[in-house]
Design a protein around this ligand. Sequence first.
Ligand SMILES: Nc1ncnc2c1ncn2[C@@H]1O[C@H](COP(=O)(O)OP(=O)(O)O)[C@@H](O)[C@H]1O
Ligand SMILES: [Mg+2]
Length: 260
Amino acid sequence: MSAAVLEQTLEHLKSLKLYKMVERLEGVLEEASKQEWTYADVIGRLVEEQALAKRDRGIAMRTTMARFPYLKTLENFDFKFQPSVDQKRVKELALCHFIEHGENVIFLGPPGVGKTHLAIALGIRAIHGGYPVLFTSAQTLLGHLARAHQEGRLEEKLKAYQMAKLLIVDEIGYIPIERSGANLFFQLVSRRYEKGAMILTSNQSFTKWGEVFGDSVIATAILDRLLHHSTVLNIKGESYRLREKKKAGFWEEKPEKEEA
Ligand SMILES: Nc1ncnc2c1ncn2[C@@H]1O[C@H](COP(=O)(O)OP(=O)(O)O)[C@@H](O)[C@H]1O
Ligand SMILES: [Mg+2]
């Protein structure tokens, strides 16, 4: 390729915003002459690198927009430590069919058993699958909905939450929800029903959700929609956090007090 043609090609690639090809054109041509690549090989390589760069940018952008509190993957999860987690089911969920069908996943269990970790890990898989994801805690979500409601922007806010094909709501049940909050959450769940997938985590069993939402009628209506198409994973086990503390010797198991 002559210097003039190279210059012109680079200009065209820039105007087409194919910046990865701009960056790699000369290097690929050099490699091609050394390895005796065909023209098809050269074009194939350049287009592939551009496509991969676009995919990686999409993943990075969706990861930032998801607002995960930290990044955890399924590969980081020790399934042996938590045998009550059905590894096969989690791996199947990681294929993201539940997102395509607007279904829900609910992780229940005591603190430290990996609910948030698994929710984030599935969220990351969804991002790699091309889905927009949003992570929020129940408290933050309800705070935002309440403010939007007060300011007459509820409709707008509910629509904004609809943009995420997967909405993760962490920590339902840690803090009691007021009746008005329960109503707002019901509206969100109704909007997403059969349209947008959700992953929820809670330390409270469903029988306690009446207390969590301060109203058993609303709680039943919420559960009715959430559970219609859903996978519930009930994690029963030891806290991973405490295991690490125990290993480090910061935590001692106290013998049970005997009843007098
Ligand atoms: N089985 C596990 N394998 C690896 N790390 C785990 C496991 N379970 C929990 N953790 C880690 O322990 C910490 C607490 O887990 P987390 O998901 O926040 O628990 P939960 O949300 O159930 O309270 C996190 O740092 C998480 O990555
Ligand atoms: Mg958690």
